[in-house]
Design a protein around this ligand. Structure first.
Ligand code: ZN
Length: 300
């Protein structure tokens, strides 16, 4: 296919993928399938979502905000989200220090079944309170993302998805029912999933998602890995810096295990995941997770 049309199609796909990939898809052998956490296995917090079809990516006129960057709500302050490297590799957020994650009003362990849904909504509210001063210190405004539970799969402005994901076009977190609500380890995985998806929302509000997806200097899987590995790194920092969760050595061993023993094209190799896990240990500034300033070999 000629370079021109291929490139154009690529851009359309990128726009459509923004939510879905950013969501935290898990590409598994044999295609796209749900991969909930299982003891001893290694998965990312989000489970899979179907990659958007070209039709979904290009969008029909009736489709709501297109999943391209123009459909997103941009921060009203801070640097231009289109200045690319200044947003990606030198984002003002990187100078901000994390603060301990406290959701004292949220009871643990996480409830299961239907009770999980109101709990998760409160958790999103808590994460907003936690992140708001951080994002504002960086010069941006943090909105409250919506959270929607669904069965099997759901249509969004970013395409159809399943599992857990974030859609930048409407700033929505989506969670499939029945995936994150079973045993004690799932408790941590649920919190990790919510932190992961909320961190994509933070990326959205500071301009990283738009700038990353709009960047044409790299192929999409590389951009996806920079986005996902950054979120995983931030999530690790937030999890262990929490007296609310009473983070233990066992929890850390679990995080290390799942951060270094699985691999997929959109989230990174086991080696890259381990690298960014290591980067997050003992760190307290968001810049420790600057996946945009490193060689592609560190996000392979
Ligand atoms: Zn993700």
């Amino acid at each position: 296919m000629p370079a021109g049309p291929r490139k154009r199609i690529g851009r359309q796909l990128l726009g459509g993928i923004i939510g879905v990939v950013v969501l935290g898809l898990v590409g598994v052998a044999g295609g796209w399938a749900i991969s909930p956490y299982l003891p001893g296995s290694a998965v990312v917090p989000s489970v899979s979502a179907a990659p958007p079809s070209p039709a979904a990516a290009t969008g029909q006129p009736s489709a709501t905000p297109s999943a391209t960057s123009s459909g997103n709500t941009h921060p009203t302050s801070g640097p231009s989200v289109y200045s690319d490297q200044s947003v990606l590799a030198a984002n003002p957020l990187y100078a901000v220090r994390t603060t301990p994650l406290e959701c004292a009003g949220l009871k643990l362990p996480i409830p299961s079944g239907k009770a999980l849904e109101p709990w998760a909504k409160k958790a999103v509210s808590c994460l907003h309170q936690h992140y708001e001063p951080i994002v504002e210190e960086a010069g941006f405004e943090l909105t409250v993302p919506t959270i929607t539970f669904f069965a099997d799969s759901i249509d969004t402005p970013c395409g159809e998805g399943s599992g857990a994901f974030y859609c930048g076009a409407n700033e929505g977190i989506y969670v499939e029912r029945g995936v994150y609500d079973t045993d004690a380890r799932d408790r941590l995985n649920t919190i990790r999933m919510l932190l992961h998806e909320f961190s994509h929302h933070v990326q959205q509000r500071v301009g990283i998602l738009d700038a990353g997806v709009g960047a044409e200097r790299e192929d999409y899987p590389v951009v996806s890995r920079r986005i996902e590995l950054q979120v995983s790194c931030w999530t690790g920092m937030q999890l262990r810096d929490s007296t609310w969760l009473k983070w233990t050595d066992d929890d850390e061993a679990w995080l290390k295990e799942i951060s270094s023993s699985s691999s997929d094209k959109l989230h990174g190799s086991a080696r890259s995941r381990r690298y960014w896990y290591d980067q997050s240990v003992g760190e307290s500034t968001f810049g420790a997770c600057n996946t945009w300033a490193v060689d592609a070999s560190k996000v392979d």
